[in-house]
Design a protein around this ligand. Structure first.
Ligand code: PNS
Length: 170
Protein backbone atom coordinates (compact mmCIF):
# COMPACT_ATOMS: atom_id res chain seq x y z
CA UNK A 1 0.00 0.00 0.00
CA UNK A 2 1.15 3.54 -0.77
CA UNK A 3 1.33 5.68 2.38
CA UNK A 4 2.33 9.31 2.55
CA UNK A 5 4.39 10.61 5.43
CA UNK A 6 4.97 14.35 5.60
CA UNK A 7 7.15 16.56 7.76
CA UNK A 8 5.81 19.89 8.99
CA UNK A 9 8.99 21.75 10.01
CA UNK A 10 9.27 25.04 11.82
CA UNK A 11 10.36 27.02 14.83
CA UNK A 12 6.96 26.96 16.59
CA UNK A 13 7.96 29.56 19.18
CA UNK A 14 5.14 29.24 20.18
CA UNK A 15 2.61 26.99 18.44
CA UNK A 16 -0.35 29.07 17.20
CA UNK A 17 -3.90 28.23 16.17
CA UNK A 18 -2.74 28.93 12.61
CA UNK A 19 -0.21 26.08 12.90
CA UNK A 20 -2.88 23.86 14.46
CA UNK A 21 -5.35 24.67 11.70
CA UNK A 22 -2.77 23.60 9.12
CA UNK A 23 -1.98 20.42 11.08
CA UNK A 24 -5.69 19.53 11.16
CA UNK A 25 -6.05 20.09 7.41
CA UNK A 26 -2.92 18.09 6.57
CA UNK A 27 -3.78 15.24 8.96
CA UNK A 28 -6.87 14.58 6.79
CA UNK A 29 -4.76 14.25 3.66
CA UNK A 30 -1.52 12.50 4.61
CA UNK A 31 -1.20 9.20 6.44
CA UNK A 32 1.40 10.39 8.93
CA UNK A 33 2.41 13.90 9.83
CA UNK A 34 5.54 14.67 11.84
CA UNK A 35 5.66 18.17 13.31
CA UNK A 36 9.40 18.83 13.44
CA UNK A 37 10.97 21.58 15.55
CA UNK A 38 14.28 22.94 14.33
CA UNK A 39 16.68 22.72 17.30
CA UNK A 40 19.34 25.26 16.30
CA UNK A 41 17.43 28.08 14.70
CA UNK A 42 19.35 31.10 13.38
CA UNK A 43 16.49 33.24 14.61
CA UNK A 44 16.82 35.41 17.73
CA UNK A 45 16.89 33.54 21.04
CA UNK A 46 13.60 31.66 21.30
CA UNK A 47 11.16 32.39 24.13
CA UNK A 48 10.44 28.71 24.71
CA UNK A 49 12.98 25.91 24.97
CA UNK A 50 12.80 23.11 22.43
CA UNK A 51 11.46 20.78 25.18
CA UNK A 52 8.70 23.28 26.04
CA UNK A 53 7.76 23.62 22.38
CA UNK A 54 7.76 19.86 21.96
CA UNK A 55 5.45 19.51 24.98
CA UNK A 56 3.02 22.22 23.81
CA UNK A 57 2.72 20.63 20.36
CA UNK A 58 2.28 17.14 21.83
CA UNK A 59 -0.49 18.44 24.14
CA UNK A 60 -2.33 20.26 21.37
CA UNK A 61 -2.13 17.42 18.83
CA UNK A 62 -2.72 14.40 21.09
CA UNK A 63 -6.24 13.92 19.67
CA UNK A 64 -4.92 13.28 16.15
CA UNK A 65 -4.13 9.61 15.64
CA UNK A 66 -1.58 10.28 12.89
CA UNK A 67 0.37 13.32 14.16
CA UNK A 68 3.65 13.06 16.07
CA UNK A 69 6.28 15.54 17.24
CA UNK A 70 10.03 15.41 16.68
CA UNK A 71 13.05 17.71 16.73
CA UNK A 72 15.80 18.00 14.16
CA UNK A 73 19.11 19.63 13.48
CA UNK A 74 20.94 20.21 10.23
CA UNK A 75 19.32 19.91 6.84
CA UNK A 76 15.60 19.32 6.60
CA UNK A 77 16.10 17.04 3.57
CA UNK A 78 18.37 14.77 5.65
CA UNK A 79 15.80 14.58 8.45
CA UNK A 80 13.02 13.86 5.93
CA UNK A 81 15.05 11.06 4.34
CA UNK A 82 15.86 9.63 7.76
CA UNK A 83 12.14 9.63 8.58
CA UNK A 84 11.17 8.06 5.26
CA UNK A 85 9.01 11.12 4.47
CA UNK A 86 8.10 11.97 0.90
CA UNK A 87 6.81 15.46 1.52
CA UNK A 88 7.36 18.66 3.48
CA UNK A 89 4.35 20.70 4.51
CA UNK A 90 4.49 24.49 4.73
CA UNK A 91 1.77 27.05 5.27
CA UNK A 92 1.31 30.13 3.12
CA UNK A 93 -0.73 32.86 4.77
CA UNK A 94 -0.28 35.71 2.36
CA UNK A 95 1.64 36.56 -0.79
CA UNK A 96 4.41 37.96 1.43
CA UNK A 97 5.21 34.41 2.60
CA UNK A 98 5.53 33.16 -0.94
CA UNK A 99 8.99 34.41 -1.90
CA UNK A 100 10.76 32.92 1.13
CA UNK A 101 8.79 29.69 0.89
CA UNK A 102 9.49 29.32 -2.84
CA UNK A 103 13.22 29.82 -2.22
CA UNK A 104 13.24 27.19 0.51
CA UNK A 105 11.19 24.74 -1.54
CA UNK A 106 13.49 25.14 -4.55
CA UNK A 107 16.62 24.76 -2.41
CA UNK A 108 15.19 21.63 -0.81
CA UNK A 109 14.30 20.28 -4.28
CA UNK A 110 17.87 20.92 -5.42
CA UNK A 111 19.18 19.07 -2.36
CA UNK A 112 16.71 16.20 -2.75
CA UNK A 113 14.69 16.04 -5.97
CA UNK A 114 12.56 13.23 -4.53
CA UNK A 115 11.18 15.34 -1.69
CA UNK A 116 8.08 17.38 -2.53
CA UNK A 117 6.97 20.54 -0.73
CA UNK A 118 3.22 20.81 -0.18
CA UNK A 119 1.82 24.26 0.45
CA UNK A 120 -1.48 24.67 2.27
CA UNK A 121 -3.38 27.77 3.32
CA UNK A 122 -4.57 28.09 6.91
CA UNK A 123 -8.17 29.19 7.56
CA UNK A 124 -8.59 32.85 6.65
CA UNK A 125 -9.13 33.89 10.27
CA UNK A 126 -5.50 32.96 10.90
CA UNK A 127 -3.89 34.71 7.94
CA UNK A 128 -2.41 37.45 10.15
CA UNK A 129 -1.31 35.15 13.00
CA UNK A 130 2.40 34.56 13.51
CA UNK A 131 4.44 33.37 16.49
CA UNK A 132 6.39 36.64 16.40
CA UNK A 133 3.23 38.78 16.65
CA UNK A 134 1.75 36.56 19.36
CA UNK A 135 4.84 37.08 21.54
CA UNK A 136 4.87 40.83 20.88
CA UNK A 137 1.18 41.33 21.61
CA UNK A 138 1.25 39.14 24.73
CA UNK A 139 4.32 40.91 26.14
CA UNK A 140 2.47 44.22 25.80
CA UNK A 141 -0.57 42.89 27.67
CA UNK A 142 -2.75 42.09 24.64
CA UNK A 143 -5.25 39.22 24.62
CA UNK A 144 -4.09 36.27 22.49
CA UNK A 145 -6.51 33.66 23.85
CA UNK A 146 -8.32 33.23 20.52
CA UNK A 147 -5.07 32.84 18.61
CA UNK A 148 -3.15 30.11 20.45
CA UNK A 149 -4.20 26.86 22.20
CA UNK A 150 -5.16 27.27 25.91
CA UNK A 151 -2.03 25.43 27.08
CA UNK A 152 0.11 27.96 25.19
CA UNK A 153 -1.67 30.86 26.93
CA UNK A 154 -0.83 29.21 30.28
CA UNK A 155 2.77 28.72 29.26
CA UNK A 156 3.05 32.34 28.06
CA UNK A 157 1.72 33.51 31.44
CA UNK A 158 4.13 31.28 33.37
CA UNK A 159 7.04 32.45 31.23
CA UNK A 160 6.22 36.10 31.84
CA UNK A 161 5.79 35.48 35.59
CA UNK A 162 9.15 33.67 35.71
CA UNK A 163 10.81 36.54 33.83
CA UNK A 164 9.37 39.08 36.27
CA UNK A 165 10.60 37.07 39.28
CA UNK A 166 14.04 36.91 37.62
CA UNK A 167 14.06 40.68 37.10
CA UNK A 168 13.28 41.34 40.77
CA UNK A 169 16.07 39.16 42.05
CA UNK A 170 18.88 41.24 43.63
O1 PNS B 1 9.00 28.38 11.27
P1 PNS B 1 10.13 28.79 10.39
O2 PNS B 1 11.18 29.49 11.24
O3 PNS B 1 9.70 29.58 9.20
O4 PNS B 1 10.81 27.42 9.83
C1 PNS B 1 11.97 27.46 9.03
C2 PNS B 1 12.52 26.04 8.81
C3 PNS B 1 12.79 25.35 10.12
C4 PNS B 1 11.52 25.23 8.01
C5 PNS B 1 13.83 26.18 7.98
O5 PNS B 1 14.67 27.11 8.57
C6 PNS B 1 14.61 24.85 7.82
O6 PNS B 1 14.14 23.93 7.21
N1 PNS B 1 15.81 24.81 8.41
C7 PNS B 1 16.66 23.63 8.37
C8 PNS B 1 17.95 23.91 7.61
C9 PNS B 1 17.80 23.61 6.13
O7 PNS B 1 17.42 22.53 5.73
N2 PNS B 1 18.14 24.60 5.29
C10 PNS B 1 18.10 24.48 3.85
C11 PNS B 1 16.71 24.69 3.27
S1 PNS B 1 16.44 26.34 2.85
Amino acid sequence: MHTVKAIYPGTFDPLTNGHLDLIARAAKIVDQLVVAILRNSEKATPLFTVAEREAMIAEATSHFGNVSVATFDGLLVDFARQQGAKAVLRGIRAISDYEYELQMAMMNRKLDPELETLFMMPGEKYTYVSSRLIKGVFELGGDVTALVPPSVVDRLKRKTAAKLVGQHQP
